[in-house]
Write a protein that binds this ligand. Structure first.
Ligand code: NAD
Length: 244
């Protein structure tokens, strides 16, 4: 029912996992989607498959921490559709070391990709969105951003994304740009489908199961679309009741 025809989206971390599913759903809804990732081979293969299915997508190698790569992405859009309506800051990395074991450089790396990457994306993309009347930014945080966990850098980066979401929502409201965060719990992707940790996590989840990437993607689609036009500066936990 949601129609994104005529809209253009960027999804970061789109070569695999949740980002790939989010990008595919936005394209299925009619958006032109620029798939961005550091994984060139996987991203190009996904773009080729989606194109063969009639979807309007392209892949671009982009490291979210590189301002030059973001400029390339925006230049690509200017040549392609001439606009940007939707930005999904989905790329993320995790390092589960505790503070005692983590080096300063390891800490910086996680913060740089998960928080600074989204900051650069918002900073550079928002002016282009404003040119064509606004848009929607969705930051993929985590339900880790509601408590403390034994992964300090990841948890801190995801708390930072919640803060960035709220402040960006205020700053860009005048430009008719909405900014929201999604905070998933355990979501099954190819990376963790066979992990021994799935069982214990599921036991602690009231819904007694892990989430599916498509369930997160459906929320991305809603927040990206005009159906959520009065929602901004919010974060949405999607974790089967784990945080409740
Ligand atoms: P994933 O590892 O399958 O996908 C992450 C993608 O981001 C990969 O394709 C990776 O190459 C890309 N990436 C990493 N660093 C990058 C960079 N510097 N620039 C561009 N791309 C980069 O993981 P996923 O489970 O699909 O996670 C997607 C997002 O959802 C992440 O932000 C993650 O923190 C968040 N999240 C995941 C879960 C879960 O249980 N899977 C739960 C909560 C939040």
């Amino acid at each position: 029912l949601t129609d994104l025809s005529g809209k253009t989206a960027i999804v970061t971390g789109a070569a695999r996992g949740q980002g790939a599913i989010e990008a595919e759903l936005l394209a299925t809804a009619g958006a032109s989607v620029l798939l961005c990732d550091v994984l060139e081979e996987d991203g190009a293969a996904l773009a080729e498959r989606l194109t063969s299915e009639g979807k309007d997508v392209r892949f671009l190698k982009l490291d979210v921490t590189s301002e030059a790569d973001w400029q390339d992405a925006l230049a690509t859009l200017r040549d392609w559709t001439g606009r940007l309506d939707i930005l999904v800051n989905n790329a993320g990395i995790i390092n589960r070391k505790i503070i005692r074991d983590m080096s300063v450089d390891e800490w910086k790396k996680v913060l740089e990709v998960n928080a600074t990457g989204a900051f650069i994306g918002i900073k550079l993309a928002a002016p282009m969105m404003a040119e064509t009347g606004g848009g929607s930014i969705v930051n993929i945080s985590s339900n880790s951003a509601f408590s403390g966990h034994y992964d300090p850098a990841y948890t801190s980066s995801k708390w930072a994304l919640r803060g960035l979401t709220r402040t960006a929502a205020m700053e860009f409201a005048d430009d008719k740009i909405r900014v929201n965060a999604i905070c998933p719990g355990l979501i099954v992707t190819d990376l963790n489908r066979n992990s021994p940790h799935l069982g214990p996590m599921i036991e602690m989840t009231p819904a007694q199961r892990a989430g599916e990437a498509d369930e997160v993607a459906q929320l991305v689609l809603f927040l990206a679309s005009d159906a959520s036009g009065f929602i901004t500066g919010e974060d949405f936990v999607i974790d089967g009741g784990f945080t409740a």
